[in-house]
Design a protein around this ligand. Sequence first.
Ligand SMILES: [Zn+2]
Length: 149
Amino acid sequence: MATKKTQGTRTSHSRSSAASRTGPGAGKRITARDLKSFRRRLEDELTVLTGRYAGLEAASASSQETAGASYGEEASDAGSFTSERERDLSLVGNLRDLISKIRGALGRLDDGSYGSCEACGQPIEAERLDALPYTTLCLADARRRARAR
Ligand SMILES: [Zn+2]
């Protein structure tokens, strides 16, 4: 067992040359293989979200019916119910928003513009796409827009 040779320290030789090519600002460009995995992630996400969306819509539709049946024109006790429903609605709105973003991203995967910032045309940072596969803006432009709001 003690006859293990210790020569593992010399193998990290070819790493430095590869690292030196990616200077600051060059950014990690996404590859065709990344695109495939992004597509799969987006499609999976879309399936989950559309399922959740359909469930929420059904739930809010049925709660609307319940409200009509039990409360009628009485507005007195409907306050808490309304806020709950509004929360449902904003949740549905968020989901719808997200679903349309994901559909847009899948469309950009189809037409080849995926991964480019829609504001400046530069490639979006790979780490950013990894975190937000449906984003249309590079980090700098996303920050700019967030500030402008
Ligand atoms: Zn940009």
